[in-house]
Design a protein around this ligand. Sequence first.
Ligand SMILES: Cc1cc2nc3c(=O)[nH]c(=O)nc-3n(C[C@H](O)[C@H](O)[C@H](O)COP(=O)(O)OP(=O)(O)OC[C@H]3O[C@@H](n4cnc5c(N)ncnc54)[C@H](O)[C@@H]3O)c2cc1C
Ligand code: FES
Length: 253
Amino acid sequence: MKDSVCQVEFHVPLQDGYFRIGLKTGWEGFVPGQFGMLEVPRQDGVLLRRPFSFARQLGATTEILYKVVGRGTAALSSVSMGQSLRLLGPLGHGFKMKEGEGDCVGVAGGYGIAPFLEQAIQLAKKGQKLILFYGARTKKDLLYIQELNDLKVKLYLTTEDGSEGEKGRVTEALAKVYKHSAPKVIWSCGPVGLLHAVQKWALPRDVSCELSVEETMGCGTGVCLGCVVKDTEGRYRRACIEGPVFPGERLEF
Ligand SMILES: Cc1cc2nc3c(=O)[nH]c(=O)nc-3n(C[C@H](O)[C@H](O)[C@H](O)COP(=O)(O)OP(=O)(O)OC[C@H]3O[C@@H](n4cnc5c(N)ncnc54)[C@H](O)[C@@H]3O)c2cc1C
Ligand code: FES
């Protein structure tokens, strides 16, 4: 983990308030699910860094996919190519690869898609394929579809309004596809309701699952206690250093 000043190599607006930003980190890579604390330009009242997952490593450049939701991300969206931002990372624990036969399944909600791009890239390098259930509110919230198709990811898309893929929840699609069988592992990233639904589906079926939580984070290094989640023993875990990816059986929702 390093705190570095990284030059912005690209910054591309996508549909509906989403952006891809590439930062020259010089890293060789990261574990999908790991994240960084990124400086956002100081504007009125914006003092903290913001946590973002990494979407992929392109040579020496690390890509982040983000959505403008508030002051920090709005300020970030004004950053130009060539500008420099501080980035602390890679932080936390990412998804673990699981050896052996069987399907490797991802379940993503909204911008929880980010780690699955790099996960698909790393699986493809091992000659394996990602099966991805990807749900969003509308078609406009589905990102990286071309890239995932290029990587031959088997995609099951759902939207709440039916504007793309099946209408409904992504976990309904998962349950339908695996009605009579089970994958060897499920990795999930997205809103807490989605993680809970994945946990409720996987655990009774003895399917190994890992869940990436998105708690609000102040420091990213275990100091501020702003990111705690409760485990099944009633203990509080710091998502930034013990997660953000946790074994599904350990989390209490
Ligand atoms: C480990 C981790 C990985 C993340 N990865 C990504 C990513 O890849 N792409 C991306 O776009 N965002 C990601 N986020 C969320 C991102 O950090 C927040 O969207 C960002 O901090 C919001 O900052 P803001 O100043 O724009 O919004 P604020 O002004 O701080 O808040 C605006 C609104 O967003 C809500 N909000 C703020 N933070 C979060 C959060 N963490 N989860 C849910 N709601 C939140 C607030 O409650 C408020 O309603 C991640 C968060 C974590 C913890
Ligand atoms: S973000 Fe500060 S302890 Fe986790």
